[in-house]
Design a protein around this ligand. Structure first.
Ligand code: BTN
Length: 234
């Protein structure tokens, strides 16, 4: 059984999981009530006051073919869990969960290398549960509590891990294809004009589809472009 290591405070659950990757076992979870240096994607800060759910899952898979898709699977599981609780959550590629266009959850996945070779994947998840103040976040954000959903952090974590761990073996073997239809059903951006920030540049276009590999297909003035990583703004 995967263990859940609970801390009152950490600098970052991702940093802890990476530093202790050797002692941790496949599937172990590191959780903190608050983070003093929570990290977001693209070197952004993740404000991590008490009341949010902050955790990292450490995976040591034998098969690394579909690693980026595991983050998308986690996003799908969060989205589905939140919908089960009654909020109309949707996905913003690649792995944000929004409710009414406000950010509810974000994921930062990081790789641990050992002698330049893949050793482990850390999937770090932040979910706004009942923080008193989200005004510092720097973008429109919402918590479950503000949506009138009252759930304890540990219950949310338990539901989420159950769903994620049940879907993980198939996702490891088959990648995005094993959950792509469900992902796309909760992704409302197909046909919409968006801007993708990736590799230091910005590209505007119309979202055509999410491919069977989980990449974003964008109609641009230069033709069809495929993004495997990036930040999407609608
Ligand atoms: C993002 O949307 O930019 C990703 C945010 C990820 C935040 C989580 S909170 C738990 C884990 N530890 C961190 O330092 N970051 C991730």
């Amino acid at each position: 059984m995967p263990r859940i290591l609970q801390f009152l405070q950490l600098n970052s659950t991702n940093a802890y999981a990476k530093e202790h990757a050797k002692e941790l076992e496949n599937g172990d979870v590191v959780c903190a009530e608050e983070q003093t240096a929570g990290r977001g994607r693209f070197n952004r800060k993740w404000i991590s006051a008490q009341g949010g759910l902050y955790f990292s899952v450490l995976l040591k898979p034998n098969n690394t073919r579909h690693l980026p898709n595991l983050t998308q699977l986690m996003a799908l599981c969060i989205c589905q869990t939140v919908r089960e609780l009654g909020a109309p959550a949707q996905l913003k590629w690649p792995n944000d969960v929004l409710v009414n266009n406000q950010k509810l959850s974000g994921i930062l996945s990081e790789v641990v290398l050992e002698q330049n070779r893949f050793y482990a994947l850390v999937i770090g998840v932040g979910i706004n549960i009942r923080q008193a103040d989200l005004s510092q976040v720097g973008q429109p954000a919402v918590s479950l509590e503000a949506l009138n959903i009252h759930i304890r952090r540990q219950d949310m974590l338990a539901r989420l891990l159950e769903r994620f761990n049940a879907r993980l073996p198939k996702a490891l073997a088959e990648g995005f294809a094993s959950f792509g239809e469900e992902y796309k059903a909760l992704f409302p951006y197909i046909g919409r004009t968006v801007c993708i920030t990736a590799g230091g540049g910005k590209t505007a276009g119309t979202v055509r589809d999410i491919s069977s590999a989980g990449t974003l297909l964008l109609h641009t003035q230069q033709g069809l472009q495929e993004f495997s990583i990036g930040d999407m703004n609608a």
